[in-house]
Write a protein that binds this ligand. Structure first.
Ligand SMILES: Nc1nc2c(c(=O)[nH]1)N[C@H]1C(S)=C(S)[C@@H](COP(=O)(O)OP(=O)(O)OC[C@H]3O[C@@H](n4cnc5c(=O)[nH]c(N)nc54)[C@H](O)[C@@H]3O)O[C@H]1N2
Ligand SMILES: Nc1nc2c(c(=O)[nH]1)N[C@H]1C(S)=C(S)[C@@H](COP(=O)(O)OP(=O)(O)OC[C@H]3O[C@@H](n4cnc5c(=O)[nH]c(N)nc54)[C@H](O)[C@@H]3O)O[C@H]1N2
Ligand code: SF4
Ligand SMILES: [Mo]
Length: 735
């Protein structure tokens, strides 16, 4: 197979290689310099990448530091039961131990006794998309949890109900829109989410330069708000009221202009009738005239997009809010049109959903919370571990996750994990969660893994594809794909260690390839697939089956991507309705029952009697959830675990430098950061901190506190079961 070679630098043995950055959703192209010992010595943005065009943020620039972190695990670790003593083990030994313990627990207590938690980095790795299913299937447990229910599940549930497919999520057509209303997102720090857009800051600048308007709704005047035309403070958790007020005005003033075939318009109008701008103003703090003006502006703009992210998902009415976002996009004629919100056409295709999405097919054992997309809410993982009875969780596998710091009521989980019979973690660090494991299986370095963004390119603002082959040989370390597949085999009592004539990874891939080909109608003859590994062959298959693929009248295959290592531009987003719909009616369902039924909760919502002081979160440009606090260059300065608070609140409550924050779930002592950029009555603490005693040395020296000590796992967004991190009632007192 023809594979372009990389230019060799003048320095002997050092070379420049291309790779996609895996550290956030912006999928920037990187150009790395590796020395003769395969160490990453320099990182630049890849100017020839047609999507990211050289953009690089401080995290991407630290890719080499991360890669060479001395605290990164390089071999499997086994802990002596009941102690904190760890030893390294061989891969075969580690998997043998898992194969001895998990199947025994399953046969004594049933499949539900083993839970699985999949963390955020699975959205950024090939293994997360192609091989996590190997573990899921092998466990056969309903106790499947992931970071999705601490994140975007409300969006996926809303889209699943509106469009029949929870993966059909429209994104703002950022490069063409004339008006962007953004709620609860801060892409100047986060670089964007469920909206894959490298150089988000530059794209927002371009929007304003072409005469467009950017309005940001956030309880904090963020860096994104600072570059907007208008910033509106909103009371945390109140976004659904604001959006309902806008919908109300559109109907009241005859401004709706629906351009797609949709059911449920009358029900939406009737529901919105209960949320006139005056009531909305009371609940949100946004003046009634502003609510009306936003409606008129959205209706009058030549094109407009409403976009709402994590600040609005991880809130009491997350699903209603996400639903109303796309209701508004539909009512203003902006759903599925250039400059409005659109669906990406991703290049790689797996098995395509044919039936309408249906949530709530089963319920969690303890709290009877509904499943969505095969998962149960992470907020109830702790209940499933600590509540005795048939089906109690006794063993846990975490894959690329740190729920002790990332899930609500983290300290409860910390305690619960300590009481498990057996725990396995696939992770690059010994951290707050993995310290409870009996076995830790580390993934290879990112430069040893192939990269293709199966998940994130489904939410891209331009159609684009880029593949990065592994840049450095694996040596004795199995690929992350092999780790997942061997783990799946071990937990189901199958042969899990490779032998001279058995490779578990290849066997798994062969099975998937044969199955996919059969479903695609290749019954007679198996076509040749390109690739030096079976993983690459699967990518080749998915690209050929995909919408640009050689088997769909196009030309795209793995060879195309290997020939274009900077990535290829597949053009602007194109209208996809009605073809993308999977609803039973074949129309957009604007008024799903499940959501109408939740409106009563909104009417009676806590915003009706607002707490004196509420807590929200925030992100910092140089952080990444819980796991990049171990790089000295990224921590310190403004990236600190402080409680942002308005000076008026400090004075009103008679506080000094620090305060004790109390919620229904717990209390913390935190340093205060007075700032006029936050609304009075609101305080903000970032998550992902709380590294006291961590084996990660830099992180332990600057530990911060676990914000999820204060968040309460008993409060959820009901329809999705999503965790609530914003709008938590708290009280503050002097230390
Ligand atoms: N209070 C509060 N809590 C929150 C949030 C909030 O805004 N406020 N945000 C929520 C959100 S949006 C999310 S996505 C979740 C994240 O929740 P989690 O995914 O549980 O947490 P992370 O901190 O992302 O942990 C990722 C783990 O994966 C490991 N890791 C990194 N790269 C790899 C890899 O390539 N392979 C493997 N196997 N492991 C790897 C890291 O060492 C780390 O242990 O947190 C949620 N928690
Ligand atoms: N640098 C960096 N980048 C990241 C991450 C990171 O940890 N660090 N994490 C990644 C992950 S996992 C995700 S999910 C994305 C998230 O990406 P974004 O959604 O852009 O996340 P944030 O930067 O936390 O911005 C959320 C904003 O919501 C505001 N907010 C809080 N409560 C409310 C509310 O009730 N209503 C409204 N309207 N606003 C509210 C907060 O003040 C904050 O400014 O970022 C990703 N990128
Ligand atoms: S914006 Fe995200 S993808 Fe781009 S360099 Fe930074 S961390 Fe990497
Ligand atoms: Mo996230």
């Amino acid at each position: 197979m023809a594979r372009p070679t990389s230019p060799i630098d003048s320095a002997i043995g050092s070379r420049n290689l291309l790779r996609t950055c895996p550290l956030c959703e912006a999928v920037c192209g990187l150009e790395l310099t590796l020395d003769a010992d395969d160490r990453v010595t320099a990182v630049r943005g890849d100017k020839q990448d047609p999507f990211s065009t050289g953009f690089l943020c401080p995290k991407g620039a630290s890719f080499g530091r991360l890669d060479s972190d001395p605290d990164r695990l390089t071999a499997p670790m086994i802990r002596d039961r009941g102690s904190d003593t760890w030893r390294t083990a061989s891969w075969d030994e580690a998997f043998d131990l898992i194969a001895e313990r998990i199947p025994a627990i399953k046969s004594a207590h049933g499949n539900q006794a083993v839970a699985l938690y999949l963390g955020n980095p699975n959205a950024h790795t090939v293994a997360g998309t192609l091989y996590a299913p190997a573990v899921i299937r092998a466990l056969g447990t309903k106790n499947l949890f992931s970071a999705s229910t601490a994140d975007q599940m409300p969006k996926q549930l809303a889209c699943g109900l509106l469009f029949g497919d929870p993966l059909a999520v429209p994104v703002p057509d950022l490069d063409r829109t004339g008006y962007l209303l953004m709620l609860g997102a801060n892409p100047l720090e986060s670089n964007g989410s469920v909206c894959t857009a490298p150089d988000f800051p530059g794209r927002l600048r371009a929007l304003r330069e072409r005469g467009g308007r950017l309005v940001v709704v956030d309880p904090r005047r963020t860096r994104t708000a600072a570059v907007a035309d208008e910033h509106l403070f909103i009371r945390p958790g109140a976004d659904a009221y604001l959006l309902f007020g806008i919908v109300h005005t559109l109907f009241a003033e005859g401004l709706t202009d629906i351009a797609v075939a949709a059911n449920g318009v009358d029900q939406v109008r009737a529901a919105a009738a209960d949320f006139p701008p005056d009531l909305v103003a009371e609940r949100t703090g946004v003046p009634a005239d502003t609510v009306r003006r936003l409606a008129r502006e959205l209706a009058a703009a030549p094109t407009a997009a409403v976009y709402a992210r994590i600040g609005t998902c991880t809130a009491e009415f997350g699903t209603l809010t996400q639903w109303l976002v796309d209701v508004l996009n539909a009512l203003t004629g902006n759903l599925d049109r250039p400059g409005g919100v659109m669906f990406a056409t991703a290049a790689a295709r797996g098995i395509v959903r044919t039936k309408p999405f249906r949530p709530g097919r089963w319920r969690s054992r303890v709290r009877q919370l509904p499943e969505a997309m095969g998962e149960l809410p992470v907020a109830t993982l702790v209940d499933e571990i600590t509540t005795p009875g048939e089906g109690q969780v006794r063993a846990l596998i975490t894959v690329a996750g740190n729920p002790v710091l990332s899930a609500p009521s983290g300290p409860r989980l910390d305690k619960a994990f300590a009481g498990l019979e057996f725990m396995v973690s696939v992770d690059r660090y010994l951290n707050e969660t993995t310290r409870h494991a009996d076995v830790i299986l580390p993934p290879p370095r990112p430069v040893q893994s192939p990269h293709y963004d199966f998940a994130l390119l489904q939410f891209a603002v331009r159609n684009y594809a880029r593949y990065s082959p592994p840049l450095v040989q694996l040596g004795a370390q199995p690929s992350e794909a092999a780790v997942y597949v061997r783990l799946g085999a071990a937990v189901s009592g199958q042969p899990h260690n490779p032998t001279a004539d058995f490779d578990p990874l290849a066997a798994f891939d062969e099975f998937v390839i044969a199955d996919t080909l059969q479903r695609a109608g290749f019954v007679q003859r198996r076509p040749d697939l390109l690739g030096t590994t079976t993983t690459e062959q699967r990518l080749d298959l998915m690209l050929r089956l995909g919408p640009y693929g050689a088997w769909n009248g196009g030309e795209l295959s793995l060879q195309t991507l290997l020939d274009n290592p900077h990535g290829i531009d597949l053009g602007p987003l194109r209208p996809r309705l009605p073809g993308i719909l999977r609803t039973a009616s074949g129309k957009v369902e604007l008024a799903p029952e499940v959501l109408l039924a939740d409106i009563g909760r909104l009417r009676a919502g806590s915003a009706a009697a607002p707490a004196d002081l509420v807590l929200i979160g925030r992100r910092h440009l140089r952080s990444n959830n819980s796991w990049m606090h171990n790089m000295d260059r990224l921590v310190g300065g403004t990236n600190r675990c402080t409680l942002q608070i308005h000076p008026d609140d400090i004075a009103r409550l008679g506080l000094g430098d620090h305060a004790i924050v109390k919620s229904a779930a717990g209390s913390l002592t935190v340093p205060l950061e007075p700032t006029e950029t936050i609304m009075p009555g609101v305080v903000s603490l970032p998550h992902g901190w709380g590294h006291a005693g961590s084996a990660q040395q830099v992180a332990a020296a600057n530990p911060g506190v676990n914000a999820n000590t204060l968040t309460d796992d008993s409060v959820l967004d009901i329809p999705s079961g999503n965790a609530v991190f914003n709008g938590i009632p708290v009280s503050l007192s002097p230390v």
